[in-house]
Design a protein around this ligand. Structure first.
Ligand code: ADE
Length: 256
């Protein structure tokens, strides 16, 4: 199913590079994802094409005007009935689970904020979802919108080939992905793990799951706490913990 995305922005030119190349560029050419960029300034009615104004009550910065935003949205709504997603550091942090939900929709509208943000009345009346890409502040919502588009578009059927399917991605099963190796077999005296050369599919799968658990345990133990593990996986995780414990004892890292 194709996904239509309309983006409201003050800087449509910013999107050209990231969304025209590689996998997303190809998905657009194939019509799997359609991205329309709209310049908010084109929806002003005044001679100076003003999109923002000073905040009531005083203070620094400018606020994007609700009347201009509403005119832009009314126009986009003629062809797009999807949720309005406002990119803001105050939104819910983008995670793979939210990206999967958005990838199941057929239409989305993204609003990129600038300056101090948008007038609260527009937010209250028209914004359905507020989304952040992390706990830091960018100069505007354009880069976050591109991150969101990339994350969602690569999940659409036909965007990734079988060879780089999203099903084994980090986070898609709640774990970080296992390490990868390619030729040469020996690099700077480091060998590829022998199981990967064995041709034994079952053992390779088990090794990958185990290394995926090891990585998650080392880097993101919070992910392990937030999901139920099957008995098999739980046992494998216990093996990993024991191995790591032995390794640390051997290396003298554990105080006696
Ligand atoms: N706009 C500015 N910073 C942002 C962030 N971290 N996420 C989404 N939109 C933003």
């Amino acid at each position: 199913m194709a996904l239509d995305i309309d983006v409201l922005t003050l800087f449509p030119e910013m999107f050209a590079g990231p969304l025209s190349h590689s996998i997303i560029g190809r998905a657009r050419n194939q019509g799997i994802v359609q991205i329309s960029l709209w310049n908010i300034r084109d929806f002003t009615l005044d001679k100076h094409r003003i999109v923002d104004d000073t905040p009531y009550g005083g203070g620094p910065g400018m606020v994007m005007k609700p009347d201009v935003l509403a005119r832009a949205l009314d126009f986009i709504r003629l062809d797009n009935s999807g949720p309005v997603i406002y990119l803001t550091p105050q939104g819910q942090t983008l995670a793979q689970s939210a990206a999967s939900k958005l990838a199941a929709k057929s239409q989305l509208i993204l609003l990129c904020g600038h300056y101090e943000g948008i007038d609260e009345r527009f937010r209250a009346l028209y914004v359905d979802i507020e989304m952040s890409i992390g706990d830091y502040v960018l100069t505007g919502g354009e880069l976050p919108a591109m991150v969101l588009i990339d994350t969602v578009a690569r999940l659409l059927t036909g965007v990734l080939g079988a060879e780089d399917s999203a099903t084994e991605d980090s986070f898609s099963n709640g774990l970080l992905e296992h390490p990868h190796y390619t030729r040469p077999r020996v690099f700077r005296e480091m060998e590829v793990p022998s199981v990967l050369l064995s041709g034994h599919h079952g053992q390779i799968q088990r090794w990958r799951l185990k290394e995926s658990l090891r990585r998650t345990l080392e880097r993101r133990p919070d992910l392990l706490d937030s999901q139920p593990l099957s008995k098999d996986v739980h046992e494998l995780l216990e093996d990993v913990k024991q191995e790591d414990c032995k390794e640390r004892t051997k290396g003298g890292l554990v105080e006696q």
